[in-house]
Structure formats: C-alpha cells, structure tokens
Design a protein around this ligand. Structure first.
Ligand code: SF4
Length: 345
C-alpha cells in the first residue's frame, strides 16, 4: 500500500524537456506552503489508516525530493517519522533524480525510516540522456543505485520509452541495465508530448516524432517479458489516469491510453499464444479453451476483445478464456478440439 503525496516540480533543478507536472496531476501541492501541505496530507492519511487498518509507505512523488532545501527535507521527514513510529506508515519512499543522491544526501536520509527510493533514471543510454537534456549520464544512475542498495533500501527504477534519441535497442539495453543494477521493481512510461514543454515545441516544429500507441505497446511488450523472466515486477506501465491529464489540450501527442499497462500485457499474451499456435499443424476451425488465473482473464481477452479477434482473423480459431482459481501467476492451460488435452504453456 502506498500513500502518495505529490509535490510537482518541487526541488527540480530545471524543467525536463518532456515534463509538466503542473498539468498532469490533480491532487498536489500548488502553493509555496509545502511543509504545511505535507503535514495536512499526513494527517489525512493517518485518519484513513485508522479507519481501514491498512498501513503502508508514505510516498513523496513528483519533483526531486532530495533536492529540496535540506531543512525542508528534514522537516518533512521528521513529520513523517512520527507517524511511522506510531505504526500508521510502514516507512518512507520518494522519487528523485539520480544526480541528486550523493553520499551526503544519503547519509542525511539514513537518519529517517526510508524504505524505498525510486530513481527517475529514464534511460541508461548516454545518447538518450544527452538528447533529452537530463543533465547526467548513465554512470550517475549506476552510482545512485549502488548507494541505495548499500543502504538496504528497496530500489525502484523509472524508465521512459521513446525519448529523443531512443530506439528499441537502446530501450531494451536500458531495461537490461536497470535489472542488472538490482532494481526491486520498475516503472515504465512511454513519452508523451505535453503542453508547455520543450518537447511540445520540438513536436510543433517537426523535430520530435512521438511513438504511436501501437509502437509503444510493441516496444514495451518485450520489456515486460524481460522483467517477468528476471522476476522483477513492473509496478506501472503508462502514466496514471488523472482527470487533469485527460483535459483537452494537455496531451498534444503520443501513446496515451488510460489502461496502457493492460494493452502491453494483452500484447504479451497474444504473442505468447501466437508462438504456440505457429508450432501446431493445421488448426483452422479449431476451438481453443485457454484457462488462466482469474486475474489474467481480461488481459488474455484483450481490450475490446482484441486478442480473440486477432486469433480469429490470423489463425481462424475461436477462443474461450476461462478463469481457473487453481492457476496462479502467468500459468496457462490449453485445450483444443483436436488435442483434447490440457497443455501447460
Ligand atoms: S522529470 Fe523529474 S526532475 Fe525533470 S522536471 Fe519532471 S519532476 Fe523534475
């Protein structure tokens, strides 16, 4: 469970070319009284936890938490620690830039109950980082990740797909390197063109072409596969749906979909089952029953039954997807008329 407090652009050394959190997050601090805002959110969440009985980590997202003035970080973390001591929160987590986590900052943070740090790496390609004006190179990500791991904190790595200079090979290499750093979890965001950004200006001048929705799904599906095989959860794919984000004129272009993660998972299932179908002989006219864990059913069926339609049109087979409580995780059991037996894929 995560209790998020959004502090848009707070502490950021500059506005990154793709980022405009002022238009993408509804529930966030908007004025200068940041410590006051945090205290009131902590109190709100404490009330919620008292009713629900479900503690979780208090998370400071948006902006660059560790680049806030040190006195303010202390003030916020002192306030949060009081609630951690009372058992309301299980610890503190925050997101930050890799170049804002030097040893002095890490030592200061060690005085508080930090449990998880999410590194806004975005890429581990020097070329992509340079072309995107991030202001650091991959080595900064590696160093920050090592400091986080050495402290025993959980490491989250945020990556973006489709940044300026990015391509499928560079994105997959960033994925591999993030996993090799010992990431405990990942977040993946396809790059959107948001109003009020440098990228919007480049897009209008024809200097930046965003990924289409289909290209982004195609690109991120193998990344999802890689993370699954490595046993590293991807806790989010695509920006969180938010009324602010969906207001007209906020997203100028790019692969936005409110259920982007489901689209990726559906594509992954489609490819997996396609591979199996291609290994079979003549299957035209077959009826297949795919049994999966109940929480996977909608991903296998696909958005607006896209996978069922795909198998019908590509292989002339009809598919029925059934939830099976005996299955967990990503197992699948399979039956067709001709084989009439379960095959575990
Ligand atoms: S991407 Fe991160 S560091 Fe850059 S402006 Fe946005 S919040 Fe700040």
């Amino acid at each position: 469970m995560i209790y998020p407090v959004f502090l848009p652009h707070a502490g950021c050394p500059f506005q990154c070319v793709y980022c405009n959190q002022r238009v993408t997050v509804s529930c966030a601090e908007r004025g200068s009284a940041l410590a006051e805002f945090v205290r009131s959110r902590l109190a709100d969440y404490a009330g919620q936890v008292q009713i629900s009985g479900i503690p979780g980590e208090i998370a400071f997202y948006g902006g660059t938490f560790t680049a806030l003035p040190p006195g303010l970080v202390d003030e916020i973390l002192c306030a949060a620690s009081v609630f951690v001591d009372r058992g309301v929160f299980t610890g503190v987590r925050f997101s930050t830039r890799p170049d804002c986590l030097d040893i002095t900052v890490v030592d200061m943070l060690s005085r508080y109950p930090v449990r998880t740090v999410e590194l806004g790496a975005q890429s581990l390609s020097d070329l992509v980082l340079q072309k995107s004006g991030r202001g650091y190179l991959a080595e900064a990500v590696v160093s920050a990740a090592k400091r986080i791991k050495r402290k025993g904190w959980r490491l989250g790595v945020q990556l973006m797909a489709g940044l300026p200079g990015d391509d499928p090979a560079k994105f997959m290499e960033s994925m591999r390197r993030a996993i090799a750093l010992g990431a405990d979890f990942l977040r993946i965001y396809p790059t959107l063109v948001l109003e009020g950004t440098e990228l919007a200006r480049a897009y209008r001048q024809g200097l930046y072409v965003p990924l289409s929705l289909d290209e982004a799904v195609e690109l991120i599906s193998p990344a999802y596969d890689l993370a699954l095989r490595a046993g590293v959860p991807i806790i989010r794919m695509g920006l969180q749906a938010d009324p602010a984000l969906e207001k007209p004129g906020v997203i100028l272009a790019g692969p936005y979909h409110p259920a982007f993660g489901s689209l990726v998972k559906s594509r992954w299932w489609q490819e997996r089952i396609d591979r199996h179908l291609s290994s079979l002989g003549e299957i035209s006219g077959e009826e297949m029953i795919i049994r999966v864990a109940p929480n996977r059913v909608s991903d296998v069926i696909g958005h607006r039954k896209s996978n069922l339609l795909h198998w019908k049109s590509k292989w002339s087979v009809s598919a029925k997807v059934v939830g099976d409580a005996d299955l967990t995780g990503i197992e699948i059991l399979w039956k067709t008329k001709s084989s009439n037996r379960d095959i575990s894929l």
